[in-house]
Design a protein. Structure first.
Length: 240
């Protein structure tokens, strides 16, 4: 079979299928925060579509043992119904000098359509689960204002360096440089405690420029900040 014929045949086959890949479920939150001493957090899954099965599990960033369990891990949720998921903390030892992050995956598995030529896909959503020890310096809400920003001139061109000296994870969104064409630096980036990242710039923008960005807070909302990034000098942001 020639490559062209194969591509045409596949295209025709896909046209004959109707896809059920849209998400039927919505979640009551976009993240969970476990303060030290808290043993349980909950999340509500709402099903706005037809009957489905919801499967849930938690993953770590690396090879660390999972200190969390979720119940129920597999449950049927009827049309227009909702289900409470309980995330339980086992009390296992985690770093006490910084936050730890895990991922909660929630996957909807549709019931059999009972129709021919119908391809149904399982849709998965992921949210972050943070463990926050007591006694950390500062607060998570103030962490974006403690980030250190600077412009660097390198052999690969101008770059934006961001250092997170705090013990908190910080999720940055919509980094935008003012006065520059094609001015979006990046859509989103999560910085780990103590991490330094370097982002390439599209062009040389001068030695100093204003940059606005958002940061996702504990409630899933977006706090807005601005910073004057300066070549070779460290700068901090302030809230808008």
């Amino acid at each position: 079979m020639s490559p062209k014929f194969f591509i045409k045949a596949m295209s025709l086959a896909l046209i004959t299928f109707s896809f059920g890949a849209h998400a039927a479920i919505s979640l009551s939150g976009t993240r969970l925060v476990f303060a030290e001493g808290k043993k349980e957090e909950t999340l509500v899954v709402r099903n706005d579509g037809k009957d489905i099965v919801v499967q849930s599990w938690i993953e770590s960033e690396g090879e660390a043992d999972l200190p969390f369990a979720i119940t129920p891990p597999l449950v049927r949720v009827g049309a227009k119904q909702q289900q409470l998921l309980r995330v339980l903390f086992s009390g296992s030892s985690l770093p006490s000098d910084r936050e730890s992050v895990f991922w909660l995956s929630i996957q909807e598995i549709p019931q059999s359509a009972g129709e021919e030529n119908t391809l149904q896909l399982a849709v998965r959503q992921r949210i972050k689960v943070f463990y926050r020890p007591k006694g950390l310096s500062g607060t998570a809400g103030a962490a974006p204002e403690q980030l250190e920003w600077r412009l660097l001139n390198t052999s690969d061109g101008q770059q934006l360096q961001i250092k997170n000296p705090t013990p908190y994870y910080t999720t940055l969104v919509d980094l935008v440089l003012f006065g520059v064409k094609e001015n979006k630096v990046t859509e989103a980036r999560m910085l780990s405690p103590g991490e330094t990242v370097t982002l390439p710039m599209n062009k040389v923008i001068g030695s100093k420029h204003r940059l606005d960005f958002g940061s996702i807070n504990d409630y899933g909302g977006r706090d807005l900040f601005t910073v004057d990034v300066t070549e070779g000098q460290s700068a901090k942001a302030k809230g808008l």
